[in-house]
Design a protein around this ligand. Structure first.
Ligand SMILES: [Zn+2]
Length: 248
């Protein structure tokens, strides 16, 4: 639904100046002509012109509003670990490769919706954390994807680690992933408070980012669900980010 609306906004934004030009060139001289030939009283000219201007200014505000929420910012979307650091592994399957695919899918949906993005690589490229920390500077929101791993193969669930002021966004991101993959939420409805986390200081979060853990690579069922449905989860994550960017 959001994607259709975005296209409609872009369409209307293009049409607005055309409508304005039409009114200036045709309607207002037309009214003057009608007054000159005494077809309508002169007072009507001012009323109609004033009314048209008020209407245009209202339309302009309404139509241009969606673009006001991303004046300078961009969405930073990065993949955990790197081409040389696989992160967690399950057999031949590497966390770094799964989250790179996920990053690409989220970026695809964000760009489709006209959202400006920056990433830590394209395609199979996955630059290390030091690059990710540079990429997120100046972003309006930054997310990085990881997968959890545990000694117990039963450990499961989705969580987003963030600072307290991003609690709601963290919960929304986790819920989007959990419902797409059929997983449960960990922590406080999907949010792990970085300031109370036992993980210690995570540079990405301290720099303003959110870390989304997309499930446990060590859990066969979660890994299979991720591989089968990650595009659906990525689309749901993109939707949350698009709504956040637009201030919905
Ligand atoms: Zn990781």
């Amino acid at each position: 639904m959001k994607f259709i609306e975005q296209n409609a906004w872009q369409f209307l934004s293009v049409k607005l100046p055309v409508l304005g030009a039409f009114l200036l060139l045709v309607l207002i001289p037309g009214l003057q002509w009608a007054v000159d030939f005494k077809l309508i009283p002169v007072e009507y000219h001012a009323y109609v012109t004033g009314g048209v201007m008020v209407f245009l200014s209202w339309l302009g505000k309404k139509w241009y509003q969606p673009s006001l929420h991303q004046p300078l910012g961009f969405v930073a979307v990065t993949a955990g670990h790197s081409n040389t650091d696989p992160g967690a592994v399950n057999g031949k399957i590497k966390e770094s490769e799964l989250v790179t695919n996920f990053r690409n899918a989220v970026v695809h949906y964000l760009r489709e919706a006209g959202i400006t993005t920056r990433t830590d690589g394209t395609g199979t490229q996955n630059d290390p954390l030091s690059s990710a920390l540079k990429v997120i500077k100046g972003s309006s929101v930054a997310v990085e994807f990881h997968m959890n791993a545990a000694a117990s193969k039963h450990a499961n669930g989705i969580e987003t680690i963030a600072l307290p002021h991003d609690k709601k966004l963290a919960q929304d991101l986790s819920a989007a992933v959990a419902s797409a993959l059929g997983s449960r939420l960990r922590g406080d409805n999907g949010w792990i408070d970085q300031s109370k986390s036992a993980r210690g200081s995570l540079a990405y979060i301290n720099a303003g980012g959110l870390i989304v853990e997309l499930g446990f690579i060590s859990n066969e069922a979660e890994l299979a669900a991720f591989q089968a449905r990650y595009w659906i989860a990525a689309k749901a994550v993109a939707k949350v980010l698009i709504e956040y960017e637009k201030g919905a």
